[in-house]
Design a binder for this molecule. Structure first.
Ligand code: PLP
Length: 369
């Protein structure tokens, strides 16, 4: 409702829809000087790529100058990072993976068009699509392992469908889409539907049949691989993301870029991060080792959890997610209830350093009694 008086409704109806999705909470001030571990937003507990930080520091005296007018330097750096035959033409960038998703929604959606999502999953797919007036069909993942319901997804596609949002590894379930499943979908899907494969956690995977969108983008399939510097590079506060796809699609989506879209710190930090193989390796090694360490301990506790390919895992506590969140916070651990992602009764926990994980396990043991 609004106090603005006009004879004609000037609000677009799809922009007045209230969403129940809100981002993760900020870290509260420590109570009694006790350390609080924020394991609620899938951040990198090792910090940020040192090369990204150095690039930011190098630029601090030049903030009076406008940044590059375009993202060409970052796209060139991405092309070198991925290697031939990828070129700068295959990429587009944005202020975070979320903005990449929003650009895709803006590029392809309008009232009357449709998208498909598979929840429990990252809710901005729904939010951004609805803000464009599109209808969202949610073909739920199949329990107990959160597999895609491929048959129903393909049946739900019609001539109005434009986007299929897939997430691998998926947030919040930690499940992934096998190469075989993705290839089957790409083979069956009509040419007017673009598959948006959100792979922002891809660095943390260790399964042989995991795949990114890369081989299929190179085969000129209608697929976009969505990536972020927030997770493996530890730059969530900076907001930089990118995607790659067929050059025709990338060029089309770049039409939405305004001049100076990326600020100078983001641009330089992202280029620095891409060259930081040491930090990336350290992060990936930590997550993969700690994931296995956590499984060993979680298996001893009376709690249901799911094995994960991300830097987080999903669990179902024997109490309401909100109560569990509050009790874990009393123990100094922030976790994320994910009922609004579609995961009923579930909570997501980020995998951190050994110290953070031990503190989380101690808190969990105390809360479970
Ligand atoms: C699956 C998925 N996609 C995209 C994002 C967006 O990341 P950002 O906007 O921080 O780049 C997130 C963040 O949590 C995510 O979990």
């Amino acid at each position: 409702m609004s106090d603005i008086k006009t004879n004609i409704n000037i609000f677009k109806s799809h922009l007045t829809i209230q969403s129940d999705y809100v981002g993760g909470k900020a870290k509260p001030k420590a109570v009694d000087g006790r350390k609080i571990y924020k394991l609620s937003s899938n951040e990198n507990l090792l910090g940020s790529s040192p090369k990204a930080i150095a690039a930011i520091q190098d630029h601090l005296q030049k903030l009076n100058e406008y940044p590059d007018q375009t993202d060409a330097r970052l796209r060139e750096a991405l092309a070198s990072f991925y290697g031939a035959p990828m070129s700068a033409d295959h990429f587009f960038t944005g202020n975070s993976g979320s903005e990449i998703l929003e650009l895709i929604a803006r590029a392809f959606l309008d009232p009357g068009l449709e998208v498909i999502i598979a929840s429990p999953t990252f809710m901005p797919y729904r939010l951004f699509s609805e803000k464009m007036g599109a209808k969202v069909l949610d073909i739920k993942l199949l329990e107990p392992n959160f597999d895609l319901n491929v048959r129903e997804i393909l049946e739900a596609i019609n001539e109005k469908t434009r986007l299929l949002f897939l997430t691998s590894p998926n947030n919040p379930t930690g499940s992934y889409i096998s190469k075989e499943t993705l290839e089957y979908i790409l083979q069956e899907i009509p040419a007017h539907v673009v598959v948006v494969l959100d792979e922002v956690y891809f660095q943390f995977t260790d399964q042989a049949d995991y795949t990114t969108a890369l081989p299929y983008a190179l085969q000129h399939k209608n697929i976009i691989g969505v990536n972020s510097f927030s997770k493996a590079y530890g730059l969530a506060g900076l907001r930089v993301g990118y995607a790659y796809t067929h050059p025709d699609l990338a060029r089309y989506i770049r039409q939405l870029h305004r001049p100076f879209l990326l600020n100078a710190l983001s641009l330089n930090a992202a280029i620095g991060a891409l060259s930081d193989t040491a930090f990336l390796q350290k992060t990936v090694d930590l997550i993969q080792a700690e994931r296995n360490f956590l499984y060993q301990h979680l298996d001893q506790l009376p709690i249901h959890y799911w094995k994960s390919q991300g830097n987080f895992f999903l669990l179902r506590p024997p109490m309401s997610p909100k109560d569990f969140e509050a009790k874990m916070l009393e123990q100094g651990i922030m976790v994320r209830p994910v009922e609004n992602f579609g995961a009923k009764g579930c909570v997501r926990v980020t995998i951190g350093t050994r110290a953070a994980n031990l503190a989380m396990l101690a808190a969990l043991t105390a809360v479970l009694g």
